[in-house]
Write a protein that binds this ligand. Structure first.
Ligand code: FES
Ligand code: FES
Length: 163
């Protein structure tokens, strides 16, 4: 089967790759673009480890075909930090010890970013509901939720200071 040429934007940079029609976006990110931060936990849309943001919407990259990324804007965990400066979510995950093995963490961080992009001041219930699709076998979730709400508060404060 002939490969398709895909032109997209990944973390603000233009990106091109060749892919088979049946290849998932997750496999293309990992195998064609060497962006291995997004993880495959289940491959069936159940765990959220593969979460990325496409044109501003949170998606499971294991459920999206790479060919569907043509002309789209993709954000992955690799674009979250700015150089050596961690995103507030990453910083708060560290401070709250909101990770253990870390396998779920890239997906949780991208889902959390999508939450705070859509709702900068979520309640605990809203955060828990939003992140319900991201499974973690290690943390028990409380530290994750605390980290997300703490990051949201810091980001709101930062916006007030710079306004
Ligand atoms: S690997 Fe995509 S949802 Fe689990
Ligand atoms: S930190 Fe191990 S699965 Fe979440």
């Amino acid at each position: 089967m002939s490969k398709r040429h895909i032109t997209t934007t990944v973390n603000g940079d233009p990106a091109e790759f060749l892919t088979d029609p049946g290849t998932t976006l997750l496999d293309a990110l990992r195998d064609e673009l060497q962006l291995t931060g997004s993880k495959e936990g289940c491959g069936s849309g159940d765990c959220g480890a593969c979460s990325v943001i496409v044109d501003g919407r949170l998606v499971c990259s294991c459920l999206m075909l790479a060919v569907e990324a043509d002309g789209r804007r993709i954000e992955t965990i690799e674009g979250l930090a700015h150089g050596t400066e961690l995103h507030p979510l990453q910083q708060k995950f560290l401070e709250h010890a909101a990770l253990q093995c870390g396998f779920c963490t890239p997906g949780l961080l991208m889902a959390s970013k999508a939450l705070l992009d859509a709702n900068p001041d979520p309640t605990e219930e809203e955060a828990r509901y939003w992140l319900a699709g991201n499974l973690c076998r290690c943390t028990g979730y409380d530290k994750v939720i605390r980290a997300v709400l703490d990051a949201a508060a810091d980001m709101r404060q930062e916006r007030r200071v710079s306004a």
